[in-house]
Every structure is written in C-alpha cells, then in structure tokens.
Design a protein around this ligand. Sequence first.
Ligand code: NDP
Length: 256
Amino acid sequence: SGRWALHGKTALVTGGTRGIGRAVVEELAALGAAVHTCSRKEEELGERIKEWEARGFRVTGSVCDLSARDQRERLLREVADRFGGKLDILVNNVGTNIRKPTTEFSAEEYSFLMATNLESAYHLCQIAHPLLKLSGSGSIVFISSVAGVVSVFSGTIYAMTKGAINQLTKTLACEWARDNIRANSVAPWYITTSLTEKLLESNSFKEQVVSRTPLGRVGEPGEISALVAFLCMPGSTYITGQTISVDGGTTVNGFC
Ligand code: NDP
C-alpha cells in the first residue's frame, strides 16, 4: 500500500553522485519519488543522471557548490521550478571531514567544515521551508554521524558540526511541527564510500573500527538509505526530532 511507497512525492537529496547520497537518490526514486540532486562535478553528475534515466528513475540534477550561499539559493529556485513550488522531502546529505589534532586546524579549515557540514544544511532548511510547508507533510532528514552522538576518532570540528545537526533536528522538529514538517537525523558509523575509502584501505585502521563494532563489520550505503526512505514515508508520520544511529551497535557498546 501507499504506506510503504513514495509515489507522487518530490525530493531534494544533496550530494547524490556518490556514497550515501547516491544510495538515497536510488532508494527514493525506486520507491516512486521524483528526485532532484546536486554535486560539484558536472561530468560525474551527467553520467549518473544518464544511468538513472536508463533505469527508469525520475532524477534531475544541478551542478552546485553547497558551501556557497548564492549557489544554494540558485539550487532552491531550480527545485521550486521543477516541482511547482512543492517539496515533500529534503535530505541534507552533503558533508566532509578533515582529520587532524585540534591544535593544527587553520581558520580556513574551520570555516570550510562549518560551511559545508552545518551552514549549508541550515540555510537549505530556511529556504526550503515555504516549499516543505506547501507539501502539507514535509520530511527533513539530516545525514549526521555517530561522531555527533559520542566521542570517536573523527576530529573535533566534524564532531561539532554533527552534534549541532542533531540539536538542530530536535529544535526544528518542535518549531516546524505546526507546519506538519518532521525533522529527523540519521547517524551512521563507518560506511564504505569515497569519503572513507582511503581510511579503510589501512588494515590497522579498519581493524580498530571493526573491533568496536558489535556486528563486526563496516556498513554499506544501502543500509543508510533504507532508514532515510522510511523516515520519508507515511508509515513514519509520528516520528520527529529523533537522531537514529545506524552503526552495527557501536554507540551502545559500552565494553569495547
Ligand atoms: P562522499 O564523499 O562519498 O560523497 C559526498 C557527495 O556529496 C558526493 O556526491 C559529492 O560530490 C557531494 N558533495 C560534497 N561536497 C559538496 C559540496 N560542497 N557541494 C555539493 N555537493 C557536494 O561522502 P559520504 O557518502 O561518505 O558521506 C555523505 C554524508 O554522510 C556526509 O554528511 C558524511 O559526513 C556522512 N557520514 C558518512 C560516513 C561514512 O562512513 N561514509 C559516516 C558518518 C556520516 P562532489 O564531490 O562532486 O561535489
């Protein structure tokens, strides 16, 4: 039934060409949603859109750097044009990391991570609000991280941006409940993507990660996109303000 489908829904998924974002685009499109996505690399975005069209998915995309305010505004104008001013689903997925000791971060690196991971998601919520309100049952999903829930070896700035996303989720969920817009946060542990490829190539690093993970392995992008899709479906309409870890049990493992 319609409880487990997204037919007729419109979605914006940021950073959909690789990794978790790509899995989310494909999951939502396969469930019937019309999806718009974005990334900075025009060629890769074009290739993905061709693949998605060949699979019968309704996906369009914009080249844009989400760390720039004017490009976020342009993206939302394109989304409003494509979907007639109505957006049901906003998935704030774009995020990145620089790992180093706290005393070594430059002011530029601080601003770059804040702009990419936190300010972009915050501003997209602001400018998407009229479109989500028009939906009548909007759903915002943030891709956060276990690093925003507990202390892990991620670097402090990344952890701060993800912790802020989790609090934004709670406060926004309450503020926008009156517009029937829900907000939830999905917090993954290590997932095999282009972001973690190099790190996980190191056997000692991967061993350290896996040894703390009760399920004894890292995760796959499809294990994140499944929850994201559920949080956008009619079956989850009473869930809002939550941060849900998808982590093979890592955050509840007090004895590692
Ligand atoms: P990837 O680096 O593999 O993919 C990121 C995607 O976002 C790409 O499509 C990339 O395309 C796009 N992107 C990156 N920066 C920008 C930008 N400034 N403007 C527009 N598009 C951008 O990352 P993951 O899939 O691993 O991560 C996705 C999210 O999941 C992030 O928020 C990350 O923090 C979070 N996460 C990931 C974990 C993991 O283990 N992988 C664990 C916990 C959280 P392009 O580079 O061409 O712009």
